[in-house]
Design a protein around this ligand. Structure first.
Ligand code: F6P
Length: 323
């Protein structure tokens, strides 16, 4: 193994920089030349490559986003796009590629390897935590802390005005952010796609909250929830409870930014090393992840097609502590 490329692709996540740094420095440690690819797969198609050294990744472990930039590249979804990307990888002498991203990025890596034989390793980087084959994805812990901090602030004003807030959080089709941040922020109700509740249940719960003496409420709604979205829900709640003053907050992209947490920096550092070591061992077509604190490898195909289940115990905890 002589030259390894690294790129970040899909939605950015805090800790991606720490992962790039780790890949680059692992390469140097093992005598491999690291090559950075700018703007994800787009950079591979446009031949936007840069040879790295240990100092190229200095002072980035604490920074959010990705200094290589990221993109959701439509062209790479076509066989022609992947062929063009492979030609550039071959010309640059890359004999391995580390892709830091989510399931869309891993689909690209899998196809690139299948069609052209370039060994690829996936590193899970997404705030959604929706990747099979790892207990945690890089960026998830930081996003949770950002969401909890934001909800704490909203609670201050909700309490001061006796208001009910519907707060939409990210996570795509997965409710991990909503459930965990909802519990941590003391939400009265948490709506997630994995445990889709009828809207009547939300109304009953709000009614009970009122009877229990609560004067304000926080309802965390995962963006993947199928009750019609926060604004629709807000209208429904107002109709049922004309006395309530309902407000909607969509947290949006604030959840993707900020300094990575200690956990995300350590996770990114571990997975970066594991990705280069896998390539050195002649392994490819897998994603590196952590299960029960240990590094594990999962075929990219499985990482893409399977899903981590929501912990039913956590759902129970949420129900118990929100009465
Ligand atoms: O996958 C990360 C994520 O932030 C999701 O939670 C969200 O649905 C999506 O990306 C938003 O994508 P974009 O930044 O392209 O609007």
């Amino acid at each position: 193994l002589k030259k390894v490329g690294v790129l970040t692709s899909g939605g950015d996540a805090p800790g991606m920089n720490a992962a790039i740094r780790s890949v680059v420095r692992s390469c140097i440690f093992y005598g491999i030349e690291p090559v950075a690819i700018h703007e994800g797969y787009k950079g591979l198609i446009d031949n936007d490559l840069e040879i790295m050294n240990a100092r190229s990744v200095a002072n980035i472990i604490n920074q959010g986003g990705t200094f290589l930039k990221s993109a959701r590249c439509q062209e790479f979804r076509t066989p022609e796009g992947r062929a063009a990307a492979y030609e550039n990888a071959k010309a640059a002498g890359l004999d391995g590629l580390v892709v830091i991203g989510g399931d869309g990025s891993f689909t690209g890596a899998m196809l690139l390897e299948k069609e052209h034989g370039l060994p690829c390793i996936g590193v899970p980087g997404t705030i959604d935590n929706d990747i099979f084959g790892t207990d945690f994805t890089i960026g998830y812990d930081t996003a949770l802390n950002t969401v909890v901090e934001a909800i704490d602030k909203i609670r201050d004003t909700a309490t001061s005005h006796n208001r009910l807030f519907l707060i939409e959080v990210m996570g795509r089709d997965a409710g991990f952010i909503a459930l965990n941040a909802g519990i941590a922020a003391g939400a009265e109700e948490i709506l997630i796609p994995e445990d889709q509740k009828p809207i009547d249940q939300l109304m009953d719960s709000l009614e009970n909250s009122g009877r229990a003496g609560k004067t304000s409420s926080i309802v965390v709604v995962s963006e993947g929830d199928k009750s019609g979205g926060v604004f629709e829900l807000s209208r429904a709640v107002e109709e049922n409870f004309p006395a309530y003053e309902v407000k909607v907050t969509v947290l949006g992209h604030i959840q993707r930014g900020g300094k990575p947490s200690c956990y995300d920096r350590v996770l990114a550092s571990r997975l970066g090393v594991a990705s280069v070591e896998a390539l050195r061992d002649g392994i490819s077509g897998v994603m590196v992840g952590v299960r029960d604190q240990k590094i594990v490898q999962t075929p990219l195909e499985e990482a893409i097609s399977k899903h981590n289940a929501i912990d039913s115990n956590l759902l129970k905890v949420a129900d118990i502590v929100t009465v």
